[in-house]
Design a protein around this ligand. Structure first.
Ligand SMILES: [Zn+2]
Length: 306
């Protein structure tokens, strides 16, 4: 069975509106690769539906998905593991490092807050990772999910290493109020102010998937100068419009969150007949593109008419 069902509607839209609009070469800044299903732990502090989309996503499957989604394009993913409780982090990072080396893909290392700064630096250098991907599930287990703060799983020691080496930090923010949460906002601003040499990427536009998630977050973050946002797994055109108005198009990165977006999900920005979520996301991307010097990434930004 194909990894994604590409329908006649998808083909028509891709050929008519997307293919010639997006660059011949594009970078997807947010993809997960994992050769087998991550272990399921007794303690669940995050949503569990993503694991039902794909029990695994070996690098071969990611390549195949890209071939199906972007025929005729050169696709370069930034790859990292799939963070989950009880994951064998060393094995997950080893798999990603090997796949990245073989295919010359950029890669991030899953970083656990318990890693020493020295150990982190050594592994980053040894494997040629471009930076770290951190996740709230790695926060100490005594902290209830609603109370987890960014610095509970992204430590200052790790931030200092990334800052000194000029690396990327990919951050999935915690807390139920998401990007508008005052604690999140305070800590995002602290990272922006204290660590001026690392590159922070706030994943999924700070998990602002619906309009109410924004609050006054973007008017506050609009005053920052450095932090970037990836649009992975987010289909909210209104959120994208606010983001573009606040931080400008040059700080927005294209990301898919594969394999999670293999899930068919008609989105606000999507077409209702036959289009998978992934392709509706591409359609949303189809009216403009920008090329960024940051990481040499190709960025696709979403128009507000969708
Ligand atoms: Zn992700």
């Amino acid at each position: 069975m194909a990894l994604i069902d590409i329908t006649a509607v998808d083909r028509t839209v891709y050929n008519g509106r997307i293919r010639d609009f997006i660059p011949d070469s594009l970078i997807d800044v947010h993809t997960h690769v994992f050769p087998e299903a991550p272990p399921i732990s007794g303690q669940v502090r995050t949503v569990t539906w993503p694991s039902r989309v794909a029990s695994c996503n070996p690098i071969e499957d990611l390549d195949e998905t890209a071939r199906l989604l972007f025929p005729g394009k050169t696709y370069t993913p930034v790859i990292f593991g799939f963070p989950s409780d009880d994951l064998d982090l060393a094995a997950a990072n080893r798999y990603v490092a090997t796949a990245a080396r073989q295919r010359k893909y950029p890669a991030l290392m899953l970083a656990h807050p318990d890693m020493t700064a020295q150990g982190l630096e050594q592994q980053l250098k040894q494997n040629g990772f471009l930076g770290i991907k951190v996740y709230l599930t790695f926060a100490p287990r005594y902290i209830p999910a609603p109370e987890i703060r960014i610095f509970d799983f992204l430590t200052h020691e790790h931030l200092e290493v990334c800052d000194r080496l000029g690396l990327m930090v990919m951050l999935h923010i915690p807390r139920s109020k998401r990007i508008k949460d005052p604690v999140n906002l305070a800590q995002l601003l602290e990272i922006e102010k204290r660590y001026r040499n690392l590159q922070l990427v706030v994943a999924h536009v700070g998990r602002a998937y619906v309009n109410d998630d924004i609050g006054d977050a973007l008017s506050i973050l609009g005053k920052t100068k450095r932090m970037l946002f990836d649009i992975s797994a987010n289909t909210n055109d209104w959120v994208f419009e606010q983001l573009i108005r606040s931080v400008g198009s040059s700080r927005i990165l294209y990301g898919s969150d594969l394999p999670i977006v293999r899930r068919t999900m008609p989105g606000r920005a999507g077409i209702s007949d036959g289009g998978s979520m992934v392709l509706t996301r591409c359609i949303s991307c189809s009216t403009r593109r920008l090329i960024s010097s940051t990481f040499g990434c190709v960025m696709v930004i979403l128009p507000w008419e969708w």
